[in-house]
Each structure stands twice: as structure tokens, then as C-alpha cells.
Design a protein around this ligand. Structure first.
Ligand SMILES: C[S@@+](CC[C@H](N)C(=O)[O-])C[C@H]1O[C@@H](n2cnc3c(N)ncnc32)[C@H](O)[C@@H]1O
Length: 212
């Protein structure tokens, strides 16, 4: 199904259709909309394809690129995804429809810090790719929502290389995020409820299986 969507919500004046992931990525990159690197996309696709989850939760929809990747890898899966920006969520909604996936997706528009604590039910796959300074805040909630045997994938855990080399300069723009991410990475790798692998692809990705 090809649906024509107005691209004006991201500044373009013309309507535009995007029927492949490559076109979607190009669209995003031309507008400085963050989407995952190709290596991260491949890792995410392979992980979902191998584990075949049924219920996926995502924090950080952007324009739906990673959501489309995940749903393409698991034909039985549905996705609940959270996005702060209404503009991005509208674009994602159109993109999911264009890829014929709209019947398998719910987009929650709002601040994940408010929405995540309200979520109920269980998920067997969670992709955390939202606000980079908040992973530690979400972690207990996500652990509660994730089934035993389920998978938690977190992007950007090396955060621009700063997590392993935190700058001395306290005024450094990204220092708080880097410190928070470092605390999260230390916690999840030490957490006995998870078996975690750190992949040095893209901006750093952890793949954690909840084992108890
Ligand atoms: C790295 S992008 C997500 C990219 C997307 N997962 C992909 O690869 O296609 C992070 C997204 O999180 C959203 N975001 C930032 N803070 C948020 C918050 N507090 N609650 C929900 N979404 C948030 C941003 O608007 C942005 O679209």
C-alpha cells in the first residue's frame, strides 16, 4: 500500500512517498532527524528476527524507522512506541501506514517519563532509544514490564565515545548525559537478572536477555 503523506510537518512543502527503508533513512538524514546507524539497524533486525517477539515496546519512535525495522523482522509482533514530539509521531504514523504496518502499531505521544510508569501488561522485547540521560530512570520500570526470557536492547550506550572517556571539563555539553549513561551501563552489565552483551556498533548497543 502506498499512502501519500504531507512532508510539510518537517519543513518540506511538497507531498512525498517513501516506499523503502532506504528512502525513509534518506528523508530523515536530510532533515537531521535521528535514526539509527546501518550497523545498529542490522543488529536490531537480526536480534528481532532471531527472537520473534510478539509484543514490542519502544521508547523513542522518531519517524518510525526502527519500528518498521522491528516489525519487518517479526511478522506476528505488535509495537507500542512512545514519542515526545507530535510532529515526529505524525510522520511515524504516516510511515507505518505506508509500509502497511499501521494495524500493528500504537503510538503514544508524550513524555516517556510520564507514560512508562503507567504502562501495564508484559512485553517480550523492549527497544530503548529515547532521551539519552534517562535510561537509568526507565530501567526499573522496563525490568518490571519485560517477561523472563525477553530482550532489552538499548542504543547509544557508549554515547559519542564519552561513556568510556568522560571529559574532565565539568562544563562539557554532554557530561551529564555521559555520566548518567555510564551509571546505566555499569548497572545493566552487573545486573544478575540479565545476561548482557555490549556491541561496539554505531554508538554502542546493549542486548540483554532477562534470565530471572
Ligand atoms: C534517537 S531518536 C529515536 C530514533 C528511532 N528509534 C529510530 O532509530 O528510528 C530519539 C527520539 O526520542 C524522542 N524523545 C526524546 N525525549 C523523549 C521523552 N522524554 N519521551 C519520549 N520521547 C522522547 C525524540 O523526540 C526522538 O524522536
Amino acid at each position: 500500500m502506498i499512502v501519500f503523506v504531507r512532508a510539510s510537518c518537517f519543513g518540506a512543502r511538497h507531498t512525498q512517498k517513501m516506499s523503502t527503508l532506504e528512502e525513509l533513512k534518506k528523508y530523515a538524514r536530510e532533515r537531521y532527524i535521528p535514526v539509527m546507524s546501518d550497523a545498529t539497524k542490522q543488529l536490531l533486525y537480526d536480534t528481532v528476527a532471531e527472537r520473534q517477539p510478539e509484543r514490542i515496546l519502544e521508547i523513542g519512535t522518531a519517524i518510525g524507522y526502527s519500528g518498521i525495522v522491528m516489525l519487518s523482522a517479526a511478522s506476528e509482533a505488535t509495537l507500542n512506541t512512545i514519542e515526545l514530539s507530535e510532529q515526529a509521531a505524525n510522520r511515524a504514523r504516516a510511515n507505518f501506514a505506508e509500509f502497511g504496518l499501521d494495524g500493528r502499531v500504537n503510538i503514544f505521544v508524550g513524555d516517556a517519563r510520564e507514560i512508562v510508569p503507567l504502562l501495564t501488561g508484559k512485553y517480550d522485547f523492549i527497544f530503548m532509544d529515547g532521551p539519552k540521560g534517562q535510561y537509568e530512570t526507565f530501567f526499573p520500570y522496563l525490568t518490571e514490564l519485560l517477561t523472563v526470557g525477553g530482550t532489552l536492547v538499548c542504543d547509544n550506550v557508549l554515547y559519542k565515545g564519552l561513556v568510556e572517556h568522560i571529559p574532565d571539563d565539568k562544563r562539557h555539553k554532554h557530561i551529564t548525559v555521559a555520566r548518567n549513561m555510564r551509571a546505566f551501563l555499569d548497572d545493566i552489565t552487573a545486573d544478575k537478572r540479565y545476561r548482557t552483551t555490549l556491541h561496539r556498533v554505531g554508538d554502542g548497543v546493549t542486548v540483554s536477555t532477562k534470565i530471572s
